[in-house]
Design a binder for this molecule. Sequence first.
Ligand code: OS5
Length: 231
Amino acid sequence: MKIAIMGAMPEEIEPLIAKLDNVTTTVYAANKYYEGTYKGKEVVVAYSKIGKVFATLTATMLIEKFGCDILLFSGVAGAISDELKIGDLIIADGLCQHDLDITAFGHPFGYVPEGEVCIPTDVGLRNIAKEIAASKGIELKEGVIATGDQFIANPEKKEWIGEVFKAHALEMEGASVAVVCNALNVPFFILRAISDAADMDASFNFDAFLESSAKISADFILSMVEHIQED
Ligand code: OS5
């Protein structure tokens, strides 16, 4: 089994690459892919660059070109829920696109015909995450993560996304991974550690906590890789 691990920014994958053995790199379609092993398991790691379009490209390549069988996303997010503080981990139970809007035709926000508003993540992978968290005494939140091509630094906008999509956190890539993996029948898992609260301090806090929160997420993802059973 080959495991894809994807981030959006270099900072989100650097702590992962540092722990790999037997690394080879391939540049393809303007991304660098790191193939290697972690505790004997075959992995392919890449960062997509920021946003939905780049994330769609990279997730597709990880599956179609590099032959990955499952995909784990590791990175940071802005909090919507007041219960999420900087450094806290959240796993997505579903992903939606908060900036997808054809409401002029009577459709709900986030919906297009033949799509779905919220795409669920793999239950088996979520259960592995919960078991690891319980065994290590790590608190893991679970909820909807909203994706859009906007860095949110606005309390009203954040509240709107929270209310309309019942979302707990937001970011800019997860729903793209969900669309690709759902279409290609590849089990996927989205983990994010909070870097900011998507409010007026968001860009300041993002800069301050990107590295530390990205590492919290990456460390957890590596323990997932360790526990995923080969078949
Ligand atoms: O990947 C983007 C989404 N990530 C999650 C996130 C988020 N998303 C939306 N709203 C929020 N409040 C969020 N908080 C966390 C993080 C990332 C956000 S976009 C950050 C861009 C920062 C940046 N711009 N230039 N650089 C960094 C330097 C640079 C220069 C050249 C090449 C690469 C980086």
